[in-house]
Write a protein that binds this ligand. Sequence first.
Ligand code: SLL
Length: 258
Amino acid sequence: MANNDRVRVRGVTIHRPIIYGNTATVLTEKEKETLPTDHTHRWTVAVRSAASAPDSDIVGGADDLSYFIKRVTFKLHETYPNPNRVLDKPPFEVTETGWGEFEIAIKILFLSDSGEKTMTFYHHLKLHPWTLVTGPDVEIPTPEVAAKLGPVHSWQYDEIVFNDPFQSFLNLLTAHPPTSLPKIKRRPVPFHTADPSSLEASKGGVPEFQQEMEKEEGERLEKALKTIIEDTHKWRNKLIECEKEANRLKKDLDAFQS
Ligand code: SLL
């Protein structure tokens, strides 16, 4: 490494798009024969590049991330043997079987010479299908219905941002530009990023991250903000009404007592 490699390039920001999350399928009766009786699902939790390879049924993973990621650890629930799963090479993923959903801590360690700190992400392992949310209650379909709905996907898009990177690390990153996300929708978008009341949220298929997503997320946030503002107005007016009523009653009571 040249001497100036460990010099930070001030004012430069470079990022790499990643996804992390899981897929899950219901175990068949045959698979269950050789597994603990309480296991119901097979799942895979992974860290991958955001873009999917063309015609692949894998979510993300078009690019090999090992040029800048040295190690990924997945901390599973303590009901699993050796819950700290360490991956020193791609694919950065763990496949297991089990019965329950839980939070997985995902630690991403960068190349030793990168001068970058470990990053931690949290993913809630999702086993049960996204169903239409019609109110505060979310219905969990029966295993038979779930098996018909096909694999469950729960993926989060994120961008790993490096500020003031070392010159050497910057060179390495720029030598490996990430595959860009497709402009057009070729496949369903990841379910939880779809409007939950839309049919899209309940449709099966292998999702793919694409460029429209960001705009759509913005629109969803705007819509949510509008609803919150409307609700705030509604409840404030209600509060004013109630205070008026309380004052009226207090006056009546005072008059009555005197
Ligand atoms: C729950 N809080 O109660 C969660 C914990 C843990 C799931 C879920 C282990 C499988 C095995 C497994 O599926 N743990 O015993 O090998 O839902």
